[in-house]
Design a binder for this molecule. Structure first.
Ligand code: NAD
Length: 268
């Protein structure tokens, strides 16, 4: 279904219409939900992703968006994307550092150093690369907002997923430091910490963990939900709405924060 180009909700989140927003991994999962919601609010969306099929969907759903193939762990591809976005949009008002992979599941003695590096490279260094190449355009626009995707794993830790958890703790440190550095440039920086998000990725995580512990998928899913006060998973759209709020005028004095969108998850 095509999303209308003009915002359907102009009064609920003032200040979004016309914002030029770049989104990493913006064609699938949570990133796609963010891209589509911002697009529906009248933002000018530039996104990149590595998946060809996801990129095709994004092009179909958002015909006026700038959609490109790039890997967040490739400095050359990230630089080329931001050069193109800055050129096409004449500047940038916001950056959503969404890309991140679950990484390996396993005890610390079983995780290979190359799997560790890949997880941290995509989930943490990738945020640095995008920010490095986006900030000059945001400064030139007179300020804006950056939203970094962390995780409840970046607050509580996550057994058998140490690379992921370490990357997500790193995202919070990156966010708090950037908020101090960029505040005087009128750039707000916040982290969102989704909890257990419904979708294929979480199904894979629960499946892996169930196999590791030797129980059925349904039983492991129940165990996961028992850790959530609200006893339900959040959706990609829940996360997207929080991003939209942070970019809107409503978020104008929110910076340096780590915002859980998790139904009050106790641990992962
Ligand atoms: P996902 O696994 O569904 O992937 C989303 C998109 O990322 C896909 O389209 C994929 O092609 C793209 N991608 C993967 N590697 C990439 C790379 N190297 N460069 C560019 N694009 C790449 O992810 P998701 O569940 O939507 O998660 C999005 C963000 O939210 C991640 O940072 C993730 O860690 C975080 N998060 C997710 C959950 C969850 O339960 N899904 C929970 C907490 C935090």
């Amino acid at each position: 279904m095509n999303v209308p180009q003009t915002s359907l909700l102009p009064d609920l989140l003032p200040g979004l219409k016309g914002q030029r927003v770049a989104i990493s991994a913006g064609a699938g999962g949570i990133g796609l939900a963010i891209s589509k919601l911002l697009y529906a609010h009248g933002c000018r969306v530039a996104l990149f992703d590595v998946s060809d099929s996801a990129l095709d969907t994004a092009r179909h759903d958002m015909p006026d968006a700038l959609v490109a193939k790039a890997d967040v762990s490739s400095e050359a591809e990230v630089e080329a994307f931001f050069t193109s976005a800055g050129h096409n949009f004449g500047g940038l008002d916001a950056l959503i550092n969404n890309a991140g992979i679950a990484g390996p599941t396993g005890g610390v003695e079983d995780i290979s150093p190359s799997d560790w590096r890949r997880c941290v490279e995509i989930g943490l260094t990738g945020q640095f690369l995008c920010t490095h190449y986006a900030v000059p355009a945001i400064k030139a626009a007179g300020g804006g907002a950056i939203v970094n995707m962390s995780s409840a794993a970046g607050r509580h830790g996550y057994a058998y997923r140490t690379p992921y958890s370490a990357a997500k703790f790193g995202v919070i440190g990156f966010t708090q430091s950037l908020a101090k550095e960029l505040g005087p440039h009128n750039i707000r920086v916040n982290a969102i910490l989704p909890g257990i998000v419904a979708g294929a990725r979480m199904e894979g995580v629960i499946k892996d963990r169930a196999a590791q512990v030797g129980i059925e998928y349904a039983e492991m899913e129940t165990r996961y939900l028992e850790r959530v006060s609200m006893r339900r998973m959040v959706t990609p759209e829940d996360v997207a709405e929080t991003v939209a709020f942070l970019l809107s005028n409503g978020g104008r004095n929110i910076s340096g924060q780590s915002i859980g969108v998790d139904g009050n998850v106790e641990t992962l």
